[in-house]
Design a protein around this ligand. Structure first.
Ligand code: MTE
Ligand code: MO
Length: 507
């Protein structure tokens, strides 16, 4: 078993290190993990996101690694008897990694290299550890029989040498991966040192009283900005070699380099981004100050033709594609191809060099990161990644609200019994937020200043009930008069509905 585990550890570590040189997404574990993400049925994905949140990716990789470890231990046991079979099995695992890597969208033949290296290292380590395994089993050892003892000792020695080699290779591989990760991180930090142009139209100031003291920060720092995507390895691209193709049903198809994109008129806007996978009370929404080229300029540039129904966007990363309803795109003033977040170039995690944003639409139909191509088309011609998986086609952000203060199951401070939170209905605006305690009457909350239609709105409520344990529920009404329904739905296929509630204690 140890022989199998050492072989697997060495194989995977070396494979990952080689992938660091070739293409991180081609590492055998990563390639298999990405294949599983794409193949997973929607309920499984929902479960993973709901249960593990942003840790869903490490959890997936750990599970795959555990399965490989169990297989490796079995292979190690088998090797003692059927060496050729065990070696073949390792080779077969290598082939699985190779096929997974080669089948990734955008893969080329070099993506096979990490898995080949893995298989070679795995076979090598298992060969050495089990060198004397099937040689002449000591059938009738006479006491003090010299040759048999020597064979046994030799067996033990090759096992130890093999295990040692496995451990050393695993350590070297891990160090190599760590080193190439460090180089990549430093490289992307250096790339992001570029200076972005000033916007022709600056963001309107956020009123100071849009923030309720002690509540969630109105503007989310970049490091805290939620992140949701299907990329197992954070993509990192260079702006120098980047370009974006814009084509399909347009009069003037074009390709923009990064510098050409930056030369177009720019706006800076505060926008609250929301994920369709946000559960009632969830944290998949954040507010940032985005710098980018408004879509109105892009439409002017290429001239979409009659009959365009969807903007189909392609990511550089894997086969991710996104479907944005053209109607929504054309009418939302601050829809943009963004290059900056909070005064800096986008980070790799949030889509460097460029990404889409359409206020009012959930991220999966509007927020394509690592943009590669914009194609104006119809629904009959193209079907996007999530559409194929039966998520909604038209997916406006639902009117929602959340209680952030106090956190559930905590105690309200004595002199300052204030509940607070956020409400959002991007592109419609929040008209009213109400709260009720212990199922009583709905009471109006105090709304903080309105910072604009693309943004969430903060609210507060002074609790004046008796000491003890209580339940608070919140609901918002948007400017179209639509009040959040009580009925709880799942996030699939078009976002969760229902009221957020917390339990708290007052003294
Ligand atoms: N290339 C790519 N872009 C993507 C995704 C993705 O998986 N791949 N996920 C989308 C989803 S579901 C959301 S909610 C937003 C989240 O953007 P953020 O990670 O910058 O917060 O990105 C969108 N853009
Ligand atoms: Mo999302």
């Amino acid at each position: 078993m140890l022989a199998g585990l050492a072989a697997a550890a060495a194989a995977l570590a070396v494979g990952a290190a080689v992938a660091g040189l070739v293409e991180p997404a081609a590492a055998p574990l990563t390639a298999i993990g990405s294949t599983l993400i794409d193949a997973a049925p929607t309920p499984a994905k929902e479960f993973a996101v709901r249960t593990f949140g942003t840790n869903d990716k490490p959890v997936l990789l750990t599970l795959v690694a555990l399965v490989v470890a169990v297989l490796a231990a079995v292979i190690g046991l088998v090797a003692w008897r059927f060496r050729a079979a065990a070696l073949t099995a390792i080779g077969f695992l290598g082939v699985i990694g190779m096929v997974a890597a080669l089948a990734r969208p955008g893969a080329d033949v070099f993506w096979a290299v990490p898995s080949i290296a893995s298989a070679a290292v795995g076979v090598g380590v298992l060969l050495v550890t089990t060198m004397s395994a099937t040689k002449e089993p000591p059938t009738t050892p006479a006491a003090g029989d010299q040759p048999v003892e020597t064979a046994a000792r030799r067996g033990r020695r090759t096992l130890l040498v093999g295990l040692g080699a496995g451990v050393i290779l695993a350590a070297l591989g891990s160090a190599g991966t760590a080193a190439s990760n460090a180089v990549r991180t430093a490289g992307s930090a250096a790339r992001r040192l570029l200076t972005l142009p000033r916007p022709g139209s600056a963001a309107p100031a956020i009123p100071a009283d849009a923030q309720v003291a002690g509540n969630t920060a109105f503007s989310t720092p970049t490091k805290d900005f939620y992140r949701v995507d299907i990329a197992l390895v954070t993509p990192s691209y260079s702006a120098d070699s980047w370009s974006m193709q814009i084509d399909g049903m347009v009069d003037h198809p074009t390709t923009l380099s990064y510098q050409q994109l930056l030369a177009l008129p720019m706006i800076e806007r505060d926008i609250t981004l929301t994920c369709v996978s946000n559960e009632v009370g969830g944290a998949y929404l954040s507010t940032g100050r985005w710098l980018g080229v408004p879509f109105s300029e892009i439409l002017k540039l290429v001239g979409p033709q009659q009959g365009v129904k969807q903007l189909f966007s392609y990511s550089l990363d894997s086969g991710y594609t996104c479907s944005t309803p053209y109607q929504a795109l054309a009418k939302v003033a601050n829809a943009m191809v963004a290059v900056g977040l909070n005064g800096e170039p986008l980070t790799d995690a949030h889509g460097f060099p460029a990404r889409m944003l359409v206020p009012g639409l959930f991220g999966f139909v509007s927020g394509t990161k690592w943009l590669k191509r914009l194609e104006f088309t119809t629904y009959a011609q193209r079907e996007a990644y999530w559409t194929k998986r039966k998520w909604a086609t038209d997916a406006p952000i639902l009117t929602q609200s959340r209680i952030d203060v106090p956190t559930s199951l905590s105690t309200l401070p004595k002199g300052k019994p204030v509940l607070a939170g956020v409400a959002w209905a991007q592109e419609r605006g929040i008209k009213k937020v109400e709260l009720r305690v212990d199922g009583g009457d709905w009471k109006d909350c105090k709304l903080a200043a309105d910072a604009g239609i693309d943004l969430w709105r903060q609210w507060s409520y002074v609790f004046d009930g008796p000491a003890g344990d209580h339940t608070a529920e919140v609901r918002a009404t948007d400017e179209t008069g639509n009040t959040q329904p009580e009925h709880r739905t799942k996030v699939f296929p078009s976002g969760a509905t229902g009221w957020h509630s917390i339990r708290f204690t007052s003294v």
